[in-house]
Design a protein around this ligand. Structure first.
Ligand code: UDX
Length: 428
């Protein structure tokens, strides 16, 4: 099929490339000319494992191209809207880019009418798809579909090509048939429902995953005082198929572009309808205080951090991404600096972005270099490069062998045997 994708951020670019892999003829559209040029030359503006290579391949096969001009999409049978819906100052979803995209599609459609399906992939408040359908009702032969995306940064392409489920919110057989043709190469369960249900499924999924994490983080705080091991507790819980083992990892809190933004947007949406999601409010509260709780663990061992050299390993909000949006590392760096610590940080990809915010931190290019002369080391993001380390060498290099494992990812038993003092999140 001929497909246009508006917005070439994480979701848009991954959607465009994965559709091209599946044999569709894809046009990626973005207002950012520099980005379009970069993409046309086969370079991804975001760090995402495997994406560059597949981008080059699909460009080479002529399956994908990029433009700033939506008019080039006049042949498109399907137009995806994958623009950002960032947080406004009061926490709601900012729909200005979405509205601009809808306006552009209406103009395109009126100039070049044909049977066309508009697919909203952006995460939008419940009711947005229905409102779009109403505002575009003058566009004859244009169907509006809600088709939320569940891909994770760091494995975005894999998730797009092997989705856990395909959620389609539509109100016509024709639109459903188009989506079935579009995704015919994917094997995943389908949920065909209303646009509003589809939109809520997206928010509810993210909120629920976030809730699991905050629950485990509170259990970790309890484990820290009881002397229990939250990783063992989590393993034992996860074996119950009603619970499942994923998203039960205690840590320094969730970050990224989705969980923080989508949980506040859902709270706001509920409030607007007179409903208080008190559990979700707590989920966010626990998450906001988790990096501080973790920092206080460090203070309990080193009450006076002034002038102490602290190594920080990992800065991105999770491994395999250069994204630092809402990264817990930012909060931890701020606390360390406020306490007067001398911070040396390492991240394989995200250091540059953090440097702009924390110019006084020393950024090193190997994880080992971060440990040199350190009074303590803190693991914030569990990159493989920050986890698989030469501990013998590190022990010799550190001023004090004191480790704070914010992801319970360092080899606890081995480190204890090697004479390190180890403190994880709800694990000691
Ligand atoms: C998330 C959803 O997983 C995805 O379905 C949605 O489309 C977008 O939001 P993403 O933000 O890329 O994806 O990352 P994810 O792997 O979900 O991790 C989010 C945060 O939770 C990270 O900061 C991660 O470190 C943290 N996390 C995750 C935990 O602290 N514990 C866990 O057990 C899992």
């Amino acid at each position: 099929m001929k497909v246009a994708v508006i917005g070439t951020g994480y979701v848009g670019l991954t959607t465009a490339v994965s559709l091209a892999v599946k044999g569709h003829e894809v046009l990626g559209i973005d207002v950012d000319a520099a980005k379009i040029e970069q993409l046309s030359n086969g370079r991804s503006p975001i760090y995402e494992p495997g994406l560059d290579q597949v981008l080059l391949e699909t460009l080479g096969q002529g399956k994908i191209r990029f433009s700033t001009n939506l008019v080039e999409a006049k042949e498109a049978q399907v137009v995806f809207v994958c623009v950002g819906t960032p947080e406004t100052e009061d926490g709601e979803a900012d729909l200005r880019y979405l509205h601009a995209a809808l306006q552009d599609i209406a103009t395109l459609h009126n100039h070049s009418p044909k049977e066309r399906t508009l697919v909203i992939k952006s995460t939008v408040p419940v009711g947005t798809g229905d409102q779009a359908a109403v505002s575009l009702r003058h566009c004859k032969e244009l169907q509006v579909v809600s088709n939320p995306e569940f891909l994770r940064e760091g494995c975005a392409l894999e998730d797009a090509l092997n989705p856990s489920r395909i959620i389609v919110g539509a109100d016509s057989e024709e639109a459903i048939a188009v989506m079935q043709t579009l995704y015919s190469g994917l094997s995943a369960p389908w949920v065909i429902t209303t646009r509003a249900n589809a939109e809520l499924i997206k928010y509810a999924s993210n909120a629920f995953l976030a809730a699991r994490i905050s629950f485990m983080n509170e259990l970790a705080r309890l484990s820290a005082v009881l002397g229990t091991d939250v990783t063992v507790v989590s393993h034992g819980m996860g074996l119950d198929s009603r619970i499942g083992s994923q998203f039960l990892r205690a840590g320094v809190g969730f970050g990224g572009s989705c969980f923080p933004k989508d949980t506040i947007a859902l709270l706001k949406l509920a409030n607007q309808h007179g409903v208080t999601l008190s559990l979700l409010e707590k989920v966010r509260e626990v998450n906001a205080s988790q990096p501080v709780w973790f920092f206080n663990q460090l203070v309990s061992k080193i009450p006076d951090l002034a002038g102490k050299r602290i190594a920080v390993l990992g800065l991105a909000f999770k491994p395999d991404t250069d994204d630092i949006r809402e990264a817990p590392a930012l909060r931890i760096l701020a606390e360390l600096q406020a306490a007067g610590a001398v911070v040396t940080a390492y991240d394989p990809i995200a250091a540059k972005a953090v440097e702009a915010l924390f110019p006084d931190v020393e950024y090193v290019t190997t994880p080992e270099a971060a440990f040199a002369g350190a009074h303590a080391a803190v693991l914030v993001t569990e990159w493989q490069a920050c986890v698989k380390l030469d501990w013998k060498l590190i022990k010799e290099q550190m001023e004090q062998p004191l480790l704070f494992d914010g992801r319970n990812a360092w080899p606890h038993d081995e480190l204890k045997k090697a004479g390190f003092e180890y403190l994880g999140v709800g694990k000691s």
